[in-house]
Write a protein that binds this ligand. Structure first.
Ligand SMILES: C[S@@+](CC[C@H](N)C(=O)[O-])C[C@H]1O[C@@H](n2cnc3c(N)ncnc32)[C@H](O)[C@@H]1O
Length: 251
């Protein structure tokens, strides 16, 4: 925990504009310490479908980018969760900034644990940490305040996949990311197949690494993962997927 109180956070945070599905959204962020929305956040906004009256969970909300975006859709309510206290506070401030604080509720804690009992979602955005600790920290994507996906990048995502069946309303959809090369994607997909009847890949994008980034990554990734970082054109790149999971199997 950074130990910021509400007033200090409001003073230190900076307003940045993020383009989601062609729409610019201003959000408070704290770049050195907290997670800053990135290309993957934008891809989630592109593929997540929210219908009128949907209840949305945004698990791993960070400073609330996808929660605010979901609250600006015709959703009924949005419940956002993050284990970093300051993320939750900024998510609340961002909800206020966009006039959606009446329908966006941010909870401090892990996965589904802090949510109101018996509440189920039509849409779960599961953009939780899915990058292995080594590259996540070394590349500067995760500060020391923000938990990564553990040693092989799978810890948070696989826990979420195993628990989702208890929190999805009938016909509901979970969206989750897989970082091929930067996590053990075989393990994530094995668990995903155990937990869901249907998995549809809705995003498949290569993210180029600079020479310096590749050097950093090659020092801290086991060879079995590093071999999945491939040459695309003149640059090395990692492959990002987003899946739509439906038909949760009972655990
Ligand atoms: C890749 S970031 C995405 C943040 C945000 N969705 C965005 O697009 O900016 C992953 C987020 O998952 C959160 N996270 C890590 N472990 C978690 C857990 N056990 N439960 C919920 N969120 C978690 C991190 O704190 C971080 O904010």
């Amino acid at each position: 925990m950074l130990g910021y109180d509400q007033k200090m956070l409001a003073k230190e945070a900076v307003l940045r504009s993020f383009k989601l599905k062609g729409r610019a959204i201003d959000l408070y962020v704290l770049p050195e310490y907290l997670f800053v929305p990135n290309a993957v956040s934008r891809l989630f906004a592109k593929v997540v479908q929210i219908n009128e009256g949907d209840i949305v969970f945004d698990i791993g909300t960070g400073t609330g980018v996808l929660a605010v975006w979901s609250a600006l859709q015709p959703s009924a309510e949005v419940h956002a969760v993050d284990p970093v206290l300051e993320h939750c506070e900024l998510a609340r401030q961002n909800a206020h900034l966009h006039g959606v604080d009446h329908k966006l509720h941010a909870f401090h804690g892990s996965l589904f644990e802090p949510l109101p009992k018996n509440l189920k979602a039509n849409v779960i955005i599961g953009d939780v940490s899915g990058i292995a600790d080594g590259p996540g920290k070394a590349l500067g994507w995760y500060s020391s305040e923000v938990p990564t996906g553990g040693g092989d990048g799978t810890e948070v995502i696989t826990d979420m996949l195993r628990q989702t069946h208890r929190y999805l309303a009938p016909g509901g959809i979970l969206y989750f990311p897989v970082a091929i090369g930067l996590s053990d994607d075989d393990k994530i997909m094995r668990v995903a197949r155990q937990c869901f009847e249907s998995l549809k890949r809705v995003v498949d994008v290569w993210f180029p690494l600079s020479e310096e980034e590749y050097e950093i990554v090659s020092c801290c990734l086991p060879p079995t993962l590093l071999e999945r970082v491939r040459k695309k054109g003149s640059r090395m790149a990692w492959n990002g997927h987003i899946y739509e999971a439906t038909g949760p199997k009972l655990g």
